[in-house]
Write a protein that binds this ligand. Structure first.
Ligand SMILES: [Zn+2]
Length: 263
């Protein structure tokens, strides 16, 4: 299996669904230097994996009138976390959960620092995603990234803002790359597909992915993080709620088509 997968969308689509955290796959040699036993590793994957967000994005892509591009990480975030800054800018370094995690979500030792994983996994992933965004820009004049995640109902010990609200859907924003029209469109299309219309901003997680080449400078790249509370997608960490996923996917597909029209 490749470390990541690009599923092409319509040539005219400027929308890209990014799914960084849905996989539980860890290559054998990377597993070998993780110090957890198999049960503890399974529990950590249960805690940290955004299970079924790939299925949500794939279903939404299939339902969209103008098919968006899909970029999915096919490795676990315990290999590398492609959403972290690979350097000192990353605030999660403080809890051992920068681009290469050295701690678990509960604060236990996960592995020794492994900078080789940046070269092997982080850099090729970032380069490929940057190229895909650049291609969309070059061929359509715009690129809108929907960064698809999930978060647990109750906070994990590593969370830096665990006291904040945990709405059914959290929209993560960036001051430069998330125009208010994008937030408004997401509310319009996604509130109706959540159980009670409970949509919040930047809590419990904030921010959204933008390639470093475009970050802070190229406002043609727009981005919004969709953080779904996990009880909307699954019955338990390894059991999907297919009806819940389908319901959300109809909203994401409507949002994709709306964004394509206003791009
Ligand atoms: Zn995530």
């Amino acid at each position: 299996m490749n470390a990541f997968e690009v599923v092409p969308g319509d040539p005219s689509s400027s929308v890209l669904l990014h799914v960084p955290h849905s996989s539980r796959s860890i290559p054998d040699d990377v597993r070998a230097v993780i110090v957890l036993d198999d049960d503890a590793l399974a529990a950590e994957l249960d805690a940290m994996t955004d299970a079924f967000t790939d299925r949500l994005a794939e279903r939404a892509a299939a339902l969209s009138g103008c098919r968006p591009w899909l970029f999915a990480n096919r490795r676990s975030r315990l290999v590398v976390d492609p959403e972290r800054f690979p350097d000192d800018r990353e605030e999660m370094n403080a809890v051992g959960m920068g681009a290469v995690y050295t701690r678990t979500s509960g604060g236990a030792v996960l592995r020794d620092p492994a900078p080789d994983l940046i070269d092997r996994f982080f850099e090729p992933y970032a380069a490929a995603l940057t190229e895909l965004v650049q291609e969309r820009l070059d061929s359509t004049g715009a690129a809108t990234i929907l960064d698809v995640h999930s978060f647990p109902v109750t906070p994990l010990p590593y969370e830096l803002r665990a006291d904040g609200p945990r709405p059914e859907l959290c929209l993560g924003t960036d001051v430069t790359h998330t125009p208010s029209a994008l937030i408004d469109a997401a509310r319009q299309h996604l509130a109706p597909v959540t159980p009670t219309g409970d949509v919040g901003l930047d809590s419990p997680f904030g921010g959204t992915y933008v390639p470093l080449r475009h970050y802070g400078t190229d406002t043609r790249v727009r981005s919004l993080m969709l953080e779904v509370r996990r009880d909307l997608l699954s019955h338990s960490p390894r059991v999907a709620d297919d009806a819940g996923i389908d319901r959300l996917a109809t909203g994401v597909a409507a949002l994709v088509d709306h964004l394509q029209e206003i791009a």
